[in-house]
Design a protein. Structure first.
Length: 210
């Protein structure tokens, strides 16, 4: 089964992707990782991507989709895959269809903006050992101090309130229209992502079987 996961930053896509990978034995294909691997391997599309990046330009959709087609031809993706980070816009979705990349299901994990802001801005990380915390769901024993190594824990730039608001605005403007696009194709399933992780995972897996 070829799957796209949609959802705002902080909706829990990464966590659910891991659950689906394990359950269906299919890989998650992250656009960033895929591009880096293609550049490193020096494939035809990888060289084109490197040329664009070296020139400080965005890698065009046709190059990304060319790399994607190479990636999904690999043995581990023969039973399906999960796309992470692509498509981000309707033109990218149209380009996927035009280039013959079949998508079976599009799962949207819906979480209201206010809950996402609380989830994301509450994250804390230890810059020394990388341990992660959350002021509501997984607080450190001593405020602002890492349980593991005793060093300070901080809020990352990506998790600052103004960054989160900006990322949400970008998502609603560019990525949310994909919902209509895939709904018209009868492929969209929307899941309530406000529950705990286990409940959300159960809903996602039921939706994929349905």
């Amino acid at each position: 089964m070829n799957i796209i996961l949609l959802g705002a930053p902080g909706a829990g896509k990464g966590t659910q992707a891991e659950v689906i990978c394990k359950e269906l034995d299919i890989p998650t294909i992250s656009t960033g990782n895929m591009l880096r691997a293609a550049v490193k391997a020096g494939t035809e599309y990888g060289l084109k991507a490197k040329a664009a990046m070296d020139a400080g330009a965005l890698v065009s959709d046709d190059i990304v989709i060319g790399i994607l087609k190479d990636r999904i031809a690999e043995p581990d993706a023969q039973n399906g895959f999960i796309l992470d980070g692509f498509p981000r816009t309707v033109p990218q979705a149209e380009a996927l269809d035009t280039m013959g990349v079949r998508i079976d299901k599009v799962v949207e994990i819906f979480v209201p903006d206010e809950m996402i802001k609380r989830r994301v801005t509450g994250r804390r990380v230890c810059l020394d050992c990388g341990a992660t915390y959350h002021i509501d769901y997984k607080p450190s024993k001593v405020e602002d101090v890492c349980d593991v190594c005793g060093k300070p824990i901080v809020i990352r730039k990506d998790d600052q309130p103004e960054t989160v608001i900006s990322r949400l605005e970008t998502y609603h403007k560019t990525t949310a229209p994909l919902k209509d696009y895939y709904e018209k194709q009868g492929k969209l399933v929307s899941i309530d992502g406000t529950k705990d992780v286990a409940t959300t995972s159960q809903l996602v897996l039921e939706a994929l079987k349905g």
